[in-house]
Design a protein around this ligand. Structure first.
Ligand code: FAD
Length: 475
């Protein structure tokens, strides 16, 4: 076991098991080894490597599946009384160790709380419990003629709760926003069992939004149990376009201008030359260039106008490559074959997403590529920009390499450290949508400055026994 801790005594285990069974019924509580093992890690590459090395990251003492908000509340009251850690769990697709039960305790799997209670066509909202699988939510909306517009690459293997807890971003975010932009109201259970619920209104001016503390808290401040979110009519029209630019700055400038004109394509992805040759090698026109792909969607007339604006701006410095590259992206956008192909071969490979304002964007891109490439053993470092705002951009870096004279995990950490350091120096935010988990914990105080001390105080007040997802986010 990698994360060692004090084991519960047999007597304590029996006592807590019986209390959990009273709350949840026998079928919704497990202490089976196979269940504990299933919840021992998430999709954090370091934990995946431990598995390959025959190591277990950490084991919970109990796995539970609540079916109501009241049950979640009772679990937290019990956990507080017994001072036992609690780790909320969606589908374990987090990539930074956020759901690893490093101090054991109760893993609260939210999948049995996945009911859609209302799709309100007049208000354009959906009210839904957080354990719902992303694809199931989107399909349910599509069947009624709507979309959430939140399509992360992990759509098939993540839950709404995980998205909210990590402030996730989908591939269509330039039009629809990040998940935190979509939240209208939410219900959550705070660490000591209090149930809070915000009012479902479009906007208000009634003091700070306490419910929003739960967004991005990665389960350290409570468990989200229901949410009302914005939805959109399913797009009537979709247009696919791609352009190749000889230089990255030309592509970035084109996108900045499109957004400045008030045009928000749903998908905007600009690949540097390395990633263009990796993903679009069949497009001859893009050889040695930077590929930009755009998907505009919505009302037919609006889409026609958006296409026109994009075409005018993009052909100033770029050349049109047609629909082909976008069709290729659409067909392959959920593939993550590199991880399963390379990791067992001892090639270390990961992605790091950060955000930055426009006036620092190129400096950040150059310095992060240089920083990652400077680590001994790194073979490639590249990026694409995949989420855009009138004020700035999210870069999504990929690095790969072979450890030389160090362990794979030390190599991995060295590249991450170099990347985080250069990101902060260049004025970027260390995470745009994956969150903090364990991997970025030690960098959060540098990111937040004095606000990190305030966050620690809030945590202390809400969770005096530090039961909620301890060991994450540096809390
Ligand atoms: C192949 C792949 C592609 C990905 N693509 C994207 C992408 O496009 N965009 C993106 O943003 N992310 C992406 N991710 C990262 C990951 O999918 C997201 O972080 C996602 O939000 C995690 O959801 P989950 O349900 O699996 O949560 P988990 O991994 O189970 O949990 C993540 C964190 O949320 C907490 N949590 C879970 N449910 C609740 C709840 N109800 N209340 C409070 N806390 C809770 C957990 O304790 C943990 O800290 C990707 C991951 C993979 C493996």
């Amino acid at each position: 076991m990698v994360y060692k801790r004090e084991e519960l005594s047999d007597e304590k285990e029996k006592e807590v098991l019986s209390k959990l069974q009273d709350i949840l019924g026998k079928k919704n509580v497990s202490i089976k080894e196979i269940d504990k093992l299933s919840y021992s890690k998430d999709y954090w590459p370091i934990a995946l490597r431990w598995t390959l090395e025959g190591k277990v990251a950490a084991l919970p003492d109990f796995v539970v599946w609540p079916e109501s908000t009241e049950q979640v509340s009772q679990i937290l009251v019990l956990a507080n009384a017994e001072e036992i850690p609690v780790v909320p769990f969606g589908e374990g697709s987090g990539v930074l160790g956020g759901a690893v039960p490093v101090k054991g305790g109760i893993v609260v799997d939210m999948k049995k709380m996945g009911t859609i209670s209302e799709i309100n066509k007049e208000n354009l909202t959906v009210t839904v419990q957080p354990g719902i699988n992303g694809m199931n939510l989107e399909r349910a909306l599509n069947s009624k003629g709507y979309t959430m517009g939140h399509i992360p690459q992990s759509l098939y293997c993540s839950t709404l709760g995980g998205w909210l807890a990590c402030r996730a971003a989908g591939q269509f975010s330039t039009k629809y926003g990040k998940i935190d932009d979509m939240v209208i109201s939410l219900e959550a259970v705070l660490p000591q069992g209090e149930i809070i619920k915000s009012k479902t209104v479009p906007k208000s001016s009634t003091g700070p939004r306490i419910d929003k503390l739960l967004l991005g808290a990665e389960g350290t401040l409570g468990i989200i149990t229901e949410c009302t979110l914005k939805i959109w009519p399913y797009p009537e029209e979709r247009a696919l376009h791609s352009y190749a630019f000889s230089k990255l700055p030309h592509g970035l400038e084109a996108i900045r201008h499109i957004l400045k004109k008030g045009v928000y394509p749903a998908v905007v992805r600009l690949y540097d030359t390395v990633e263009t040759s990796r993903h679009f090698y069949e497009t001859k026109k893009a050889k040695g260039k930077c590929m930009l792909i755009l998907v505009m969607e919505g009302d037919k007339e609006v889409v026609r106008l958006e296409e026109k604006v994009a075409e005018t701006v993009c052909t100033e410095n770029g050349i049109s490559c047609g629909e082909g590259p976008v069709t290729h992206w659409v067909a392959t956008r959920f593939n993550v074959k590199e991880t399963s192909e390379f990791t067992p071969k001892d090639v270390i490979f990961d992605t790091i997403e950060v955000s930055v304002m426009w006036d620092n964007a190129l400096e950040l891109y150059d310095s992060m590529i240089a920083a990652m490439s400077s680590v001994k053993g790194v073979i490639m470092a590249s990026a694409h920009a995949s989420h855009f705002y009138p004020q700035g951009v999210c870069f999504y870096f990929t690095f790969g390499g072979i450890p030389i004279e160090v362990t794979p995990n030390d190599f991995y950490t060295a590249v991450w450290d170099a990347a985080m350091k250069s990101c902060i120096t260049a004025g970027g935010s260390i995470s745009h949508h994956h969150g903090i988990g364990i991997m970025r914990s030690e960098w959060l105080h540098k990111e937040l400055g004095e606000s990190f001390e305030v966050l620690k105080k809030i945590k202390k007040v809400l969770d005096p026994n530090n039961i909620m997802n301890p060991g994450k986010m540096g809390l």
